[in-house]
Design a protein around this ligand. Structure first.
Ligand code: WQD
Length: 334
């Protein structure tokens, strides 16, 4: 299939591009480089010996994006492009609502206009809000705790209504849990601009000495060791889930949790990182982070059954690959 991947130079997008090409799909990438780097395109080419067609565009710009649909016979869209910092969304709500919702509507409008029948959307476990785990897709969604999460929930509803009104427009909503790790080559990984938000990029930068210590947000939760529990999934497993989702997308609206179905605490992640990589990660326990919940992990039975997909890589492989990528940063200039 000829697939348009928006945000295809980002962390999850670039890993998905690699798995799509390995599965003999043709990929066109649209990315505005706001949270990614153009040399990721060179790294993708190095890994798969194919250079995807690339358009540097803002996916909210309908005219620019339409040029892609007129230049290529697009058969499917995987939409990653979006602002994704929970904290930033609280201080910049309009930027998040505009960017994340308008991009989804522009792409949907062009899919209907050009007869594109498959749309895979990058959603998030954040849409569940604070509800008991393991989380099942059918659970009623509650209002999330931040504008970022609201843009994901609203985009899901927009896509659902469009699919219900247009029989030939099929949608797959993929709710990620906590993506971590990196490609085994060490060429691609999570490399956020500036101070990281998420746990693992913080851990790797502390291990490398770029940051003095990790702050662990709270150890008084009702969990195995008091620290927050999350469902960490290797980014390569997540990428493979996207390939299965678009290949098995036929009609209507489909929703899948992409996680491992297992919860791991912050301290368990940090200790695994130190054990596997034999490197120190100094940390300090501080107060809880506002908006955090104690425990969040997936029920993954639906994706396993309907997509014939199951996460295979372990926590040890996640922390190994994350460290391998961080160590190679700056050493490889292509
Ligand atoms: C994980 C755990 C923190 C940083 C968010 C988004 C979610 C998705 C993934 C996009 C928590 C603890 C973290 C640190 C810490 N993003 N932590 N010190 O909050 O589960 O999910 O990112 O789709 O939508 O909500 O991920 O990595 O920020 O936190 O102790 O410096 O690590 O308290 O328990 P989170 P996270």
């Amino acid at each position: 299939m000829n697939i348009l991947v928006t945000g295809g130079l980002g962390f999850i997008g670039s890993h998905t591009v690699i798995e799509l090409i390995k599965s003999n799909h043709t990929v066109v990438i649209a990315d505005n480089l706001i949270n990614s780097k153009i040399d990721v395109l060179n790294k993708i080419e190095t890994v798969v010996n194919v250079r995807p067609t690339f358009y540097q565009v803002d996916v909210t710009n309908e005219l620019d994006v339409e040029e892609i649909f007129t230049n290529h016979k697009i058969e499917g869209v995987i939409h990653f492009a979006g602002l994704k910092s929970v904290g930033e969304s609280v201080s910049k709500p309009l930027e998040y609502y505009y960017n994340n919702l308008v991009s989804t509507m522009v792409l949907s409008k062009l899919c209907l206009k050009y007869g594109v029948e498959k749309f895979v959307f990058s959603s998030s476990a954040t849409v569940y809000g604070d509800q008991p785990s393991p989380l099942k897709e059918e659970v009623e969604l509650k209002r999330t705790t931040n504008p970022y999460g609201e843009t994901k929930a609203m985009s899901e509803r927009i896509l659902t209504d469009i699919a219900n009104a247009h029989e030939k427009f099929a949608v797959s909503l993929l709710r990620y849990f906590n993506p971590v790790g990196a490609h085994e080559s060490g060429l691609l990984g999570e490399n956020p601009n500036g101070i990281p938000n998420n746990l693992m990029p913080f851990v790797t930068k502390v291990a490398k000495g770029e940051l003095p210590k990790l702050t662990i947000f709270g150890d008084d939760y009702d969990t195995v060791d008091g620290t927050g529990v999350r469902d960490y999934i290797h980014v390569v497993d997540l990428a493979k889930g996207h390939v299965k989702a678009i290949e098995n997308l036929n009609k209507g609206v489909n929703c899948y949790n992409l996680g491992t179905g297992k919860g791991t605490s912050v301290l368990e992640m940090v200790n695994a990182f130190m054990r596997v990589n034999q490197v120190a990660v100094p940390y300090e326990i501080v107060d809880r982070r506002p908006g955090d919940i104690a425990t969040c992990y997936a029920d993954v039975s639906k994706a396993e059954y309907e997509l014939d997909w199951k996460a295979e890589l372990t926590i040890d492989e996640m922390v190994r690959d994350a460290w391998n990528f961080e160590q190679k940063q700056g050493l490889i200039e292509l």
